[in-house]
Structure formats: structure tokens, C-alpha cells
Design a protein around this ligand. Structure first.
Ligand SMILES: NC(=O)c1ccc[n+]([C@@H]2O[C@H](COP(=O)([O-])OP(=O)(O)OC[C@H]3O[C@@H](n4cnc5c(N)ncnc54)[C@H](O)[C@@H]3O)[C@@H](O)[C@H]2O)c1
Ligand SMILES: [Zn+2]
Ligand SMILES: [Zn+2]
Length: 361
């Protein structure tokens, strides 16, 4: 058995996305079908559409989602129909070398659904990040469903499924930001503002937001930035140093994914500081740095995959902070849109004015 629902696919490199019929199989062993209530539009969806991730077209896009479990397959015990869940792309295996070392947030063998969702002609779809949630119903591994407090607004907590979690985690988990730290965040989209919010939650006292868009900088202040720098025409490294006693920030988070902004991050941090790369570069990008500077500046150059999050630990906790009014996830939702407006939302990523467009069903 299977069901036919509407979903958004990217058929080929750079081609506009299409709304079409998706065939969703009934859940097999270990799988779940989730009725999507909301799904954010993330820059990574655009990377997929542009062929920047891989060439496994057609993609079923969308991956920052919340919804309600509709049905589960054999052997599923952690979730049941009716549960309100945020989808994750880190359903940890428990047995790989990372999981065995007690570091499941690095899990190298995360679970996805075994069966494939398809087009009506049988063409198999590649779901973005193993999720695919710009669709009325999606098929995932049951471990990709993390139960959270059902009083939360789907459009807001769904964002924990990727970008906002990646940002918060880049600050708290990867960057190890703590009370009294100075933090600079380069690129204040959904991910960067997540990092700003995470730095604020962790008690950083200087939080410098950097973007080329004044509207983004204003929003960043709302999430806890104490200072802002418009990178257009500014010397970002010098400006960060000026705001940190001439030294640079303890932690600099790069949330754009470009060589020039990574280089700024590298030079804008204090000695023995930490650089966190959470922005995703494309395969053609390269960077050249003097090896002596890498040595001489000490500290750590880290990458943050999904904010080193553990969904079972972090999603319910952050949802609780949201419900307590301590993490303003609603402020990430600039607009609620219909399934047919994803392409338009991609356009707004370039023209600005939007932090997150969220498809609501
Ligand atoms: N590591 C992860 O697990 C993870 C998860 C989700 C997204 N990402 C990546 O994070 C990045 C950001 O995602 P997003 O959804 O926030 O994107 P976004 O497009 O909403 O935000 C990017 C921001 O960077 C700003 N920007 C662009 N060029 C700049 C420059 N030279 N200097 C300063 N700011 C600049 C833009 O104005 C924009 O505000 C993307 O590369 C995305 O793929 C990574
Ligand atoms: Zn594992
Ligand atoms: Zn994402």
C-alpha cells in the first residue's frame, strides 16, 4: 500500500523546483510516516537544487520540519501515531565507532528510511538530508522522529530540525561558548542567528553579529547580539578586534560557507580561540592560510555538523526553553508560506528581508 500526496522536488541542477505528486509507501520495519505540519526553507535546500551537495536528482526537498506521526512500521516502540515530533537527520545507530566511544553526535551510520518515496512513474527520490519534508506526508526512519512538547508551534520548533539547531549547537556544543565569552558570528541567517541565540543562552557577554544586510543585523540584536558590523565596506577583522579590546573574539562562528568569510573568522579570533565552520562550502572552494599562523595562533579550528547535536537530548530541551520564553524561536519565522511558494522563498534568500520562510500545511 502507498499514498499519493503533493510535494516539492528539484529535478535537475539549477532548474526551478516543481510541485508534483509523490508516492509514499506505508512504513516498513523501523519506519514511520509523518504528516508534516510545517517545514522551513533552509539554504541547504537551495544547495541541493543547485547541485552543490551531490548529483542524485531528483531531490525531494525540505528538512526542517515538525508534524504528527501518522503510522509506524513493525518494531517501532519510541513513537506512536499521534505523537508530535520534530524530524532530525541524526537518528544514531548506537553501534558505529563514534557511538561506541560515547560520542553519538558524530554517529557515522545514522538511520534513514529503507524504502524509497517515488514519483508516480516509479522514479526514486533522494530526500534532502534523508528527510524530504516539503510534502504533505513523508516516510522516515522512526529514529528521525523526536518527540517534543505538543504545545509548541510547529512552524517554530520545526526549525530545530536543522538550521537553528546547527547554529545553537555550533555555539554551545562545538564552540563550547560559556559565561563571559566574546563571540563573533559571521552571517546572520537562520543558522547564524541560531548561533547568536545559543551564545546568549550560554552566557556570552560580547556577541558580535556580522552580515551584509542591515535588516539581518537588526534581527540579530533581537536574538542577543550586543554589537553589529555591516561587512559591506568594513574591515571585519579590525572591527571585531576593536570591539574585543584589540584581541579578537574567543569564539568566531562562520555561518556563510565561503573562503573569504572563513579567512575573516580565522583572523578575527583571539590567540588560543576557536573558529567554528558551520556554513557549508561548495566543492570548488579552496582556502590558503600560512601554516605558521595556524600554529602560532593556537586554539582550535573546528567544523560543526548539525551543531554536534543529539536530537533526543537537545530538541526537547530547546522546545522547553522556547515554551518558557527563554528562546524566541518564533522570531526566526519571518513568513508562513504555501507549498507552492518554495521557489519564491529561494529568491528571497538573495534579495534579503527573510530569516526563515516556513511552509505550513
Ligand atoms: N553545518 C550544518 O550542519 C548546517 C546546517 C544547516 C545549514 N548550514 C549552512 O549554513 C549556512 C547558512 O545557512 P542559512 O540557512 O542561515 O542561510 P541564509 O542564506 O539564511 O544566511 C546566510 C547569511 O549570510 C549573509 N552573508 C552572505 N555573504 C556574507 C558576507 N560576505 N559577510 C557576512 N555575511 C554574509 C547573508 O546576508 C545571510 O544573512 C549555509 O551554508 C547552509 O548550508 C549548515
Ligand atoms: Zn553510530
Ligand atoms: Zn537545513
Amino acid at each position: 500500500m502507498s499514498q499519493r500526496v503533493q510535494g516539492v522536488i528539484a529535478r535537475g541542477k539549477g532548474a526551478p523546483v516543481e510541485l508534483t505528486t509523490i508516492v509514499v509507501p506505508d512504513p516498513g520495519p523501523g519506519e514511520a510516516v509523518v504528516a508534516i505540519q510545517a517545514c522551513g526553507v533552509c539554504h541547504t535546500d537551495l544547495h541541493y537544487r543547485e547541485g552543490g551537495i551531490n548529483d542524485d536528482f531528483p531531490f525531494l526537498l525540505g528538512h526542517e520540519a515538525a508534524g504528527v506521526v501518522e503510522s509506524v512500521g513493525a518494531g517501532v516502540t519510541d513513537v506512536e501515531p499521534g505523537d508530535f515530533v520534530v524530524l532530525n537527520w541524526r537518528a544514531v545507530c548506537g553501534t558505529c565507532r563514534a557511538c561506541r566511544k560515547g560520542k553519538p553526535w558524530y554517529c557515522f551510520a545514522t538511520h534513514n528510511a529503507t524504502q524509497k518515496m517515488t514519483l508516480e512513474d516509479g522514479t526514486e527520490l533522494s530526500p534532502a538530508l534523508g528527510i524530504g519534508a516539503f510534502v504533505e506526508k513523508t516516510l522516515v526512519h522512526a529514529g528521525q522522529c523526536t518527540k517534543v512538547d505538543p504545545r509548541a508551534r510547529a512552524a517554530a520548533v520545526g526549525l530545530l530540525g536543522c538550521g537553528v539547531m546547527a547554529g545553537i549547537g555550533a555555539a554551545i556544543n562545538t564552540g563550547g561558548v560559556t559565561r563571559g565569552d566574546s563571540v563573533a558570528v559571521i552571517g546572520c541567517g537562520g543558522v547564524g542567528d541560531g548561533a547568536v541565540a545559543g551564545a546568549a543562552l550560554a552566557g556570552a557577554t560580547t556577541i558580535i553579529a556580522i552580515d551584509t544586510d542591515d535588516q539581518k543585523l537588526e534581527w540579530a540584536r533581537g536574538f542577543g547580539a550586543t554589537h553589529t558590523i555591516n561587512a559591506r565596506g568594513a574591515d571585519v577583522v579590525e572591527a571585531v578586534k576593536e570591539l574585543t579590546g584589540g584581541f579578537g573574539a574567543d569564539v568566531v562562528i562562520e555561518a556563510v560557507g565561503r573562503p573569504e568569510t572563513y579567512e575573516q573568522a580565522f583572523y578575527a579570533r583571539d590567540l588560543a580561540g576557536t573558529v567554528v565552520l558551520v556554513g557549508v562550502p561548495t566543492p570548488d572552494m579552496k582556502i590558503e592560510l600560512p601554516l605558521l599562523e595556524i600554529f602560532g595562533r593556537g586554539g582550535a579550528l573546528k567544523s560543526s555538523w548539525y551543531g554536534d547535536c543529539l536530537p533526543t537530548r537537545d530538541f526537547p530541551m530547546l522546545t522547553d526553553l522556547y515554551l518558557q520564553g527563554r528562546l524566541d524561536l518564533d522570531a526566526f519565522v519571518t513568513e508562513e508560506i504555501a507549498l507552492g511558494q518554495v521557489e519564491e522563498a529561494f529568491g528571497k534568500m538573495h534579495t534579503g528581508g527573510v530569516l526563515r520562510s516556513v511552509v505550513v500545511f
